[in-house]
Design a protein around this ligand. Sequence first.
Ligand SMILES: Nc1ncnc2c1ncn2[C@@H]1O[C@H](COP(=O)(O)OP(=O)(O)OP(=O)(O)O)[C@@H](O)[C@H]1O
Length: 243
Amino acid sequence: MASESVKVVVRCRPMNDRERALNCKAVVSLDSDRGQCFIEKPGAAEEPPKQFTFDGAYCTQHTTEQMYNEVAYPLVEGVTEGYNGTIFAYGQTGSGKSFTMQGVAELAAYRGVIPRAFEHIFETIQCAENTKFLVRTSYLEIYNEEIRDLLGNDTKQNMELKEHPEHGVYVRNLSMRTVHSVTECERLMEQGWRNRSVGCTLMNKDSSRSHSIFTIHMEICSTGQTLEILNPRFHSALTLCRP
Ligand SMILES: Nc1ncnc2c1ncn2[C@@H]1O[C@H](COP(=O)(O)OP(=O)(O)OP(=O)(O)O)[C@@H](O)[C@H]1O
């Protein structure tokens, strides 16, 4: 997996109570060793299943920790070295995007990718020598084509999308909160999470009904006694999305 800069993995969740009660039949099977996913056509057992190959395939037995270590860890490590990275969870309602990205705070084994990234980043900062870090976070949602600042004073206000000739697309006046610890990050994540637009769908009683983007912005500066040219300042961002 190491050579590709864009990797796509698939995760399959177990059936929920509703699906079991309806006697639903699983039509998806995975071969995790080969990163393959097979989809049967319901009611057409004689037809060969459709086959798709990914950079990784995670079945119901795989944990978020395993996914984090294999997929997210190298990317977050890169962010602590000054590269940008994005983790983007995509799937239909009820497929497990929030479970994977956010997770369940009360259960350590179910902690999602975002809180694991906080721990990873602050562990790296603690171990780093001769380096100063500035870590800031932002959290927005896109709901009905409108952008809302989930950490802002008015979370219902529509924010403006702008484009900078050098830095690209950005949201004007988006709140950036400086953070010094995992606890502070978790508190902001919870605050923003409570401000999201939620509702229910037939597939998911706690559906988010919006796309959300949590970003960790890092400024990294070497403080060693070296010449200015060898003393660079890096800016990097880890963007964590669940559309
Ligand atoms: N890998 C998993 N193992 C166990 N339960 C899971 C898993 N993935 C998802 N679930 C459960 O399935 C339900 C739906 O998941 P989740 O809310 O994460 O879906 P979603 O894709 O974020 O949906 P929406 O787009 O509607 O917000 C939740 O109750 C969640 O706990």
